[in-house]
Design a protein around this ligand. Structure first.
Ligand SMILES: Nc1nc2c(c(=O)[nH]1)N[C@H]1C(S)=C(S)[C@@H](COP(=O)(O)O)O[C@H]1N2
Ligand SMILES: [Mo]
Length: 415
């Protein structure tokens, strides 16, 4: 069987199972610059911090000492000021459990639908190496085949518990003036965007990639989403203080919207009467049919999506009999309300059992008892529906292949 070994290290002096860890890419100094979540191994709803994915578009900044940390909040506010972590912790806190998914997660399934790559294997992808930010720094553009084959885009999704204060409370404390359109949030990290990220996501090297030079990571969040009580400034993750790679001492969490909105290492917040053309919402993390399309808009809320994590293609052949079909489902518009399974390419659907819980932004586990599976080849697809009435898939193909929420069929043979 293709699945990894379950035997792990000794823990507390006792032999233990193998514990889930993210697949990590490091820089020359051995520091993490990218990590993918072992989706097939995840149990429960909250991804252990060691197994949570990590994405940094630019260079990771130096660690920031939390006791010295302040950030500036200014712009269209009554009382511009510098705030420390301690001052934030005096405000009524809030904890939100949510899925965080990179806009590019599973982007290679779009490329597979277009026949540009072979069907991605979640198993091979969670065991493989490499991130796009390890191919950069070359004088010439790499060959597109090298990029597409070398760089996985799956496993960039995790469930987490985030503790902090609603951004709204902080904005109300400093006083929001009239005429605010966006809340500008700037990270401490700087760098020159790597064009490899654009080559990988578009599957092309012949596109014009804008070079903004060295920039800070920044985003301009629409005021309405900034005022959502679940949009948080957080200092804690999964029951402990935030780690550096996840944006310590303070980061933003924007439940329902793709990960790129959740700015790490916050340096500055400014309330603005307009929406500035931040690189990561104007040139990258955009949705449009083609690079030339005038209808280009930033990636915002995620679609509606389910993934099958058991069985996987590599489990084939299966014995005739009973098998468990299981996976996860999430949506950018709140709770998933149903997951259905089809064995006939969507002609008919059967309801899966959906675990219930009260965290609307968090994924749900689902199972389907596949009784007396008969010999032959089977193609299984799953479909999620959400509380807003949306049904998978929601996101149309787009040139940067973001927000994939299409069908990723599992193909198995029963003997
Ligand atoms: N300051 C800063 N914030 C950032 C990024 C970044 O490069 N710099 N990457 C974004 C992207 S693309 C994603 S998917 C998430 C990943 O968060 P994580 O590394 O904690 O999983 O952080 C977002 N916030
Ligand atoms: Mo991302």
């Amino acid at each position: 069987m293709a699945r990894p070994e379950t035997e792990g290290e000794y823990v507390h002096g006792w032999p233990d199972r193998a514990r889930s860890r993210a697949l990590i890419s490091t820089d020359a100094e051995g520091r993490t610059i990218y990590a993918r979540s072992p989706l097939l191994e995840l149990q429960g709803l909250v991804t252990p911090t060691d197994a949570t994915y990590v994405v940094a578009q630019l260079n990771m900044c130096d660690p920031i000492f939390p006791d010295d940390y302040t950030f500036r909040i200014s712009g269209l506010v009554d009382k511009p000021c510098d705030l420390s972590l301690r001052e934030l912790q005096m405000l009524p806190s809030r904890t939100v459990r949510c899925v965080m998914e990179c806009a590019g997660d599973d982007g290679e399934y779009f490329l597979w639908q277009q026949g540009k790559v072979k069907k991605p294997s979640r198993l091979a992808r969670q065991q493989g190496e490499g991130g796009w930010n390890q191919m950069g720094g070359k004088d010439r553009a790499p060959e597109i085949e090298d990029i597409l084959n070398a760089i996985p885009t799956t496993c960039l999704v995790s469930g987490g518990e985030w503790t902090g204060v609603p951004l709204r409370s902080v904005l109300e404390m400093v006083g929001i003036k009239d005429g605010v359109e966006s809340v500008y949030i700037k990270g401490h990290d700087t760098g020159r965007p790597d064009p490899t990220a654009q080559y990988l996501s578009t599957g092309r090297t012949d596109i014009d990639v804008v070079d903004p030079g060295v920039i800070h990571y920044d985003k301009a969040l629409p005021l309405e989403k900034a005022l959502d009580p679940d949009t948080l400034l957080v200092w804690a993750h999964n029951g402990e203080y935030l780690r550096h790679v996840h944006g310590a001492p303070l980061r933003l969490i924007v439940p329902g919207w793709s990960g790129n909105w959740s700015v790490k290492w916050i340096q500055e917040i400014s309330l603005l009467p307009s929406t500035p053309a931040c690189y990561y919402q104007t040139h990258y993390f955009v949705l449009a049919d083609t690079p030339e399309s005038p209808e280009r808009r930033p990636c915002m809320e995620l679609g509606c999506k389910s993934v099958i994590l058991n069985p996987i293609d590599e489990d084939s052949p299966l014995r005739q009999g009973d098998h468990l079909i299981a996976g996860l489902a999430w949506s950018g518009r709140g709770a998933v309300t149903a997951v259905d399974i089809s064995f006939d390419d969507g002609a008919t659907w059967k309801p899966a059992h959906l675990e219930q819980h009260a965290d609307r932004w968090l994924w749900r586990r689902w199972t389907f008892a596949w009784r007396n599976a008969m010999p032959g080849r089977h193609r299984i697809i799953s479909r999620a529906s959400d509380e807003a009435g949306r049904v998978q898939p929601q996101t149309r193909p787009n040139f940067q292949n973001k927000h994939f929420d299409g069908f990723a069929p599992v193909e198995v043979e029963v003997l």
